[in-house]
Design a protein around this ligand. Structure first.
Ligand code: AKG
Ligand code: FE2
Length: 470
C-alpha cells in the first residue's frame, strides 16, 4: 500500500529516473544491446518508456493532487514497471549480456527494490482507489468522459489516459458493481480502440464485459447489440469466424460455473421480424394445449402448471436449421436433432395468451430416467437436458417475464433476444438453482421457442468435472 502522497511518489520516480539517466546507462543500453543481444524490441520499449515517463513527469507530474496524473503513476508502477523489472531480470540471466546493460539493469532493479521494500510500491488497492476517484469525479461533476480521457479535467491539462487504462477503470467499475458507469467506460474504450491486431483482444473483452453488464441490468436487447457489433467488427476486419467462436465459447464456458443467464447473439435487427414471423407462420395452426411431463405416470398430462399452447418446429424447417447453427456457434454445444442419440430436442414453440404462465420448474428430466422413460426413442442415449435456450419471438407489453426465483433474476421478453443457461452441474447432477418459470402475461401475446440441449455429444464441448459445485 502506498504510504506517501502522489507528490512524494512522483519525486521518488523522478529521482529514480534521474539516477538511471545520469549514470549514462540508458544510452549505453541503447547502443550496447540492440537486437543483437536479447529482446532488442523489449529493450527499445524500456528505453522509450523510461524516457517518456521522465519527460511526462517533469512536464506535468509535479502537479499536486492531480487525480489523473496520480492514477497514471499508480497504473504505470503496477503494470509497466513490473514488466520492465521482469524484462531486466531476464536480461541479467542471459549469457551475452554487455557490462553496460548489466549496470543499467542492476541499478534499476536495486532502486525499484528499495522503493518496494519501503512499502511505497502501489498495489491493486491503490489502483482501485485511484480509479474510484476518477469514476466519482466523472459522475459528480458530470465531466464528459472523452475530455477527461484526453487530458482535459475541467479546463486543467492532465496526462491523457491510455486505452488500457480506460479499460482498467471500466473493470474496476464493474467489480464495484457501478454498472452504468462501467458501461460508459467500456463504451468509451471501444470507441477509441484501433483496428490493429493488438487491439482485437481488448475489443473482445470490452464488448463481452459490456454485454454481460447490460444483460444483468435487464437490457438483453442492448447486450445482444454489443455482441452483434463485435461480430460485425471482427468479421469486417478479416478475422476468421473460428477465432470469434472460440472466444465466445471460452467466455460462455467460463461464466457457466456461476449459473447466470448468458447474453446471446441476436440476429441483426433487419432479420428479426422475418425470422420470428416465419416460425410463427409455420406453427400457428398446429398449436395445441401444452402438456407437462409427469413424475408418476410414464406419459405427459395437461396441467394448470402450464397455461399455453405449443407445438414442435420440424427439424427440416429452414429456420430450425438456421437457429440450430446459431446456437451451436454461441454455446459451443452440439445441437443436431436425431431420432436416436439426439444432441438436442426439436424447437418447441409456445404461445401464451393473457394470463398464460408456466409455474416454476426445472428443465432437467432426471426423474424420467428413474421412471425408465428411456424407451421413448427421443430420450434414448441422449442423457439429460444439459442446457436450455429460450428464444423470444415476440415483445410483451406487460408481464410474461422468465423468472429465476432462487437466483433473483428476471428476463424481460424482448423480441429477438434469447436466454441460455445450464441445468446441470459440471459433474452431471441437477443444478437446483436454475428453478424458473414464465410469469403470467398481463398485456400481449407471448411467443417463445425453447431448445433443450442434451448431454449426448457434449463430452468434449463441456467436459465433466468432478467438483459438485461447478
Ligand atoms: O415461458 C417462459 O418464460 C419459460 C418457459 C420454460 O421455462 C420452458 O418452456 O421450459
Ligand atoms: Fe423451463
Amino acid at each position: 500500500m502506498i504510504q506517501c502522497s502522489s507528490l512524494q511518489l512522483s519525486e521518488i520516480i523522478i529521482n529514480m529516473i534521474d539516477q538511471v539517466m545520469k549514470s549514462g546507462a540508458a544510452n549505453s543500453v541503447q547502443n550496447g544491446i540492440e537486437s543483437r543481444d536479447i529482446g532488442g524490441q523489449n529493450m527499445n520499449d524500456i528505453i522509450r518508456f523510461v524516457v517518456e515517463t521522465e519527460h511526462k513527469l517533469s512536464q506535468e507530474g509535479r502537479q499536486v493532487g492531480n487525480p489523473v496524473n496520480s492514477y497514471q503513476l499508480v497504473h504505470r508502477f503496477l503494470y509497466e514497471w513490473r514488466q520492465i523489472k521482469d524484462i531486466l531480470k531476464m536480461i541479467l540471466r542471459t549469457e551475452h549480456v554487455t557490462p553496460e546493460s548489466e549496470t543499467f539493469a542492476n541499478k534499476f532493479l536495486h532502486t525499484a527494490k528499495f522503493i518496494q521494500d519501503s512499502e511505497m510500491w502501489p498495489d491493486t488497492d491503490d489502483l482501485q482507489g485511484a480509479s474510484l476517484g476518477l469514476l466519482r469525479i466523472v459522475e459528480i461533476y458530470q465531466v464528459p468522459l472523452y475530455q477527461l480521457a484526453r487530458g482535459n479535467l475541467l479546463g486543467k491539462r492532465t496526462m491523457a489516459l491510455e486505452t488500457t487504462q480506460c479499460l482498467s477503470i471500466a473493470d474496476v467499475a464493474q467489480d464495484m458493481e457501478m454498472d452504468w458507469e462501467a458501461v460508459k467506460w467500456y463504451n468509451y474504450t471501444i470507441s477509441i480502440l484501433g483496428t490493429d491486431t493488438a487491439s482485437q483482444h481488448l475489443l473482445t473483452k470490452a464488448h463481452m464485459s459490456m454485454a454481460a453488464i447490460l444483460y444483468k441490468l435487464g437490457r438483453p436487447d442492448l447486450s445482444a447489440d454489443s455482441i452483434q457489433q463485435l461480430i460485425v467488427k471482427k468479421n469486417g476486419s478479416g478475422i476468421h469466424d473460428n477465432q470469434l467462436q472460440t472466444e465466445l465459447r471460452n467466455y460462455l464456458q467460463k461464466s457457466s460455473n456461476k449459473p447466470v443467464l448468458h447474453p446471446l447473439i441476436r440476429p441483426p435487427p433487419k432479420w428479426i421480424d422475418s425470422e420470428m414471423s416465419s416460425i410463427k407462420n409455420t406453427t400457428v395452426r398446429k398449436l395445441t394445449r401444452s402438456d407437462v411431463g409427469s413424475k408418476d405416470s410414464k406419459g405427459t398430462t395437461k396441467s394448470n402448471a402450464r397455461i399455453s399452447q405449443s407445438t414442435w418446429l420440424p427439424a427440416e424447417d429452414k429456420m430450425s436449421e438456421v437457429l440450430c447453427r446459431r446456437i451451436k456457434l454461441i454455446t459451443g454445444l452440439q445441437t443436431d436433432f436425431k431420432l436416436k442419440d439426439t444432441n438436442s430436442e426439436l424447437f418447441q414453440v409456445i404461445n401464451y395468451g393473457i394470463g398464460g404462465l408456466h409455474l416454476p420448474h426445472h428443465d432437467y428430466v432426471s426423474y424420467y430416467r428413474k421412471a425408465k422413460f428411456e424407451d421413448v426413442p427421443l430420450f434414448q442415449n441422449s442423457g439429460d437436458r444439459i442446457a436450455t435456450v429460450i428464444l423470444y419471438l415476440s415483445d410483451v407489453l406487460m408481464g410474461g417475464a422468465t423468472v429465476f426465483p432462487k437466483l433473483n433474476i428476471h428476463v424481460p421478453i424482448v423480441k429477438g433476444a434469447a436466454a441460455v443457461w445450464y441445468n446441470l452441474h459440471r459433474n452431471g447432477t441437477p443444478d437446483t438453482r436454475l428453478l424458473h418459470g414464465g410469469c403470467p402475461v398481463i398485456f400481449g401475446d407471448k411467443w417463445i421457442s425453447t431448445k433443450w440441449i442434451r448431454e449426448a455429444g457434449q463430452t468434449f464441448r463441456r467436459p465433466c468435472l468432478l467438483d459438485p459445485h461447478l
